[in-house]
Design a protein around this ligand. Structure first.
Ligand SMILES: NC(=O)c1ccc[n+]([C@@H]2O[C@H](COP(=O)([O-])OP(=O)(O)OC[C@H]3O[C@@H](n4cnc5c(N)ncnc54)[C@H](O)[C@@H]3O)[C@@H](O)[C@H]2O)c1
Ligand SMILES: [Zn+2]
Length: 345
């Protein structure tokens, strides 16, 4: 079993192994004792894996309140959280009990926010079932929901007590969903870890990819739990990526948009002399190999105008994450008026 220790103020472990879903009951019990557990999933994941996880939890002696909500961004709302919390109150979930978030990033965000705000905060465990959730949202403690169509407008930092990752569940993802997660793996490789990037080019051991990616995320998050400094580096490819998601009206998935965002950011870094090594062909090769798009579908003007409304923008400046070489990046504050120098498409 692979293992990553996250050194946040309240530290926790991530355990990674195929087949782990059948031992979640014992693994949770090992650290936390026998509990009453609210097991939260969206309806799709509940249908696929709910029974198995409930069985594992009950076999270890836990009592289980199995709750579902309809998935999708449109249901990542305060109403969904309130609905789950009402059911938790009726099911007599108390301060010493636990929430288990079994699902993708939406379930993790919703169930995590429910945990952060129920009785002023109860413990929760992340069991990511998408590659994106395994590589990104299950670690770091960002929880939250959308408000009036604005993404993650309401939220809290609330770290899980444990994250359990079983890569065998990725078998039921579509190719597009899997590729979406791969964009995040490529991001960690380019921005932090050349060895990880090289693994992604060839056939890879997904457990090792997740271990390396979460080791990076864990180190960055421990240094900056509340996203006030170095955590920005995790946004490589995302400033342009968010603009592309917006311009394509979400026809490009998050991972597809981030893939193009990484190419655009790397081109910008090369043009402006930040990048001392031209690895653009390798980056485009890896992105293409992983089934992600490699062409920019917007003009420079369109991109910049979409970036103007980025929520990470501060006044008239925006922070760009630019690679210096494969495996190393830097954050640069750039005036909005200079963006066209970086991004000439
Ligand atoms: N908190 C964070 O740090 C963080 C980081 C990145 C993204 N996010 C959030 O994560 C969300 C996106 O995550 P996502 O892509 O995992 O979305 P998601 O949770 O909606 O999952 C995508 C789809 O896959 C289905 N699914 C999940 N696991 C499955 C499996 N094993 N087999 C078959 N189908 C499965 C789900 O039912 C859903 O329809 C966004 O809301 C984003 O804001 C949060
Ligand atoms: Zn992302």
């Amino acid at each position: 079993m692979k293992h990553v220790h996250i050194h946040t103020k309240a530290p926790y472990d991530v355990l990674i192994e195929r087949g782990l879903l059948d031992s979640v009951g014992a693994l949770i019990g090992r650290g936390l004792g026998v509990l009453r557990i609210a097991l939260i999933s969206d309806e799709t994941v509940d249908r696929l894996y709910g029974e198995r996880v409930e069985h594992s939890l009950r076999s270890a002696g836990h009592r289980v309140l199995r709750l579902t909500f309809p998935g999708g961004e449109e249901n990542k709302t305060l109403e969904t959280v309130a609905c789950l919390q009402r059911a938790m109150l009726e099911g007599e979930i108390t301060r010493s009990d636990l929430i288990v978030a079994l699902g993708g990033g939406i379930t993790g965000d919703v169930a995590g926010f429910a945990a952060a705000t129920y009785l002023r905060g109860i413990r929760f465990v992340q069991i990511p079932t998408t590659l994106l959730a395994a590589l990104d949202s299950s670690v770091g403690g960002k929880t939250g929901v959308n408000l009036m169509g604005y993404k993650n407008q309401i939220g809290a930092f609330w770290q899980p007590s444990l994250a359990l990752c079983d890569p065998s569940v990725f078998a039921t993802l579509t190719e597009e969903q899997y590729a979406d997660g791969m964009a995040e793996a490529i991001k960690y490789g380019v921005a932090f870890d050349r060895g990880l990037f090289e693994m992604l080019y060839a056939d890879h051991d997904i457990e090792e990819v997740i271990r390396r990616a979460l080791t990076i995320k864990g180190d960055v998050v421990s240094a900056d739990e509340r996203d006030e400094g170095v955590r920005a580096l995790l946004n490589f490819g995302h400033t342009v990526g968010h603009a592309i998601e917006k311009l394509t009206e979400h026809e490009f998935t998050h991972g597809q948009a981030v893939a193009v965002g990484m190419i655009v950011a790397t081109r910008g870094a090369l043009r402006m002399g930040y990048c001392r090594e031209n690895f653009l062909d390798d980056l485009i090769g890896c992105i293409t190999y992983r089934g992600l798009p490699n062409a920019v579908i917007a003009t420079t003007e369109e991109l910049i105008s979409a970036m103007r409304s980025d929520k990470k923008r501060a006044g008239d400046e925006i922070t760009l994450i630019l690679p210096k070489r494969l495996g190393e990046c830097c954050a640069e504050r750039v005036p909005m008026s200079d963006l066209s120098k970086y991004f000439q498409i």
